[in-house]
Design a protein around this ligand. Structure first.
Ligand code: 3AM
Length: 163
């Protein structure tokens, strides 16, 4: 199974992301828009493993203090457009502690530099006009272990464990 750890968005943060997606569409940006149920913030991409139990055990050793998350703008990695978020030291410590716990358990993961982001559009084209960044925020109190499946060509993400 394909695994990753993520922050699932509160309803308020989701609503705000929907507004951003709507405004991007209005301003003529094309591409593969993330479906509302798939909006998330990846903390660590783990990849294919036969069993999630070792990851669950590793994650169980991670402790973190709730922290505030909000939107700060729109960014891009090449043609991938994302919502930039701010989670302060809290989110960086959390991502780092997850990596350390996976290292201690001998579980491999994607070691790219962590850039907190919520993917909005893949293969995007066109210019985003002036997009207002909604004043939404949430307290992050939970980290989800997600399973990602390709169901008839569509990615389906499901929480299978959380801390
Ligand atoms: O959270 P975002 O949208 O940035 O692109 C995939 C998605 O990222 C990424 O993991 C998240 C959940 O699927 N992903 C998929 N395959 C990957 C890989 N081989 C990957 N990240 C790194 N390496």
């Amino acid at each position: 199974m394909r695994l990753f750890t993520a922050i699932e968005l509160s309803d308020e943060m989701k609503k705000a992301a929907i507004k951003i997606l709507h405004d991007l569409k209005e301003s003529g940006v094309t591409g593969n828009y993330t479906s509302v149920q798939n909006l998330h913030l990846t903390l660590c991409f783990i990849g294919e493993l036969p069993d999630s139990k070792p990851v669950e055990e590793a994650l169980s050793t991670v402790k973190f203090k709730p922290f505030k998350l909000d939107y700060t703008g729109i960014g891009h990695f090449g043609d991938l457009l994302y919502a930039e978020t701010r989670g302060g030291q809290g989110i960086n410590n959390l991502a780092n502690d997850i990596r350390k716990a996976l290292d201690a358990a001998g579980i491999d993961y994607d070691r790219k530099k962590f850039t907190p982001h919520i993917t909005l559009i893949r293969k995007s084209a066109g210019k985003a006009g002036k997009i207002a960044i909604p004043d939404a925020s949430m307290m992050v109190k939970k980290v989800s272990l997600m399973r990602s499946d390709n169901v008839k060509g569509k990615m389906v993400y499901k929480e299978i464990f959380h801390i």
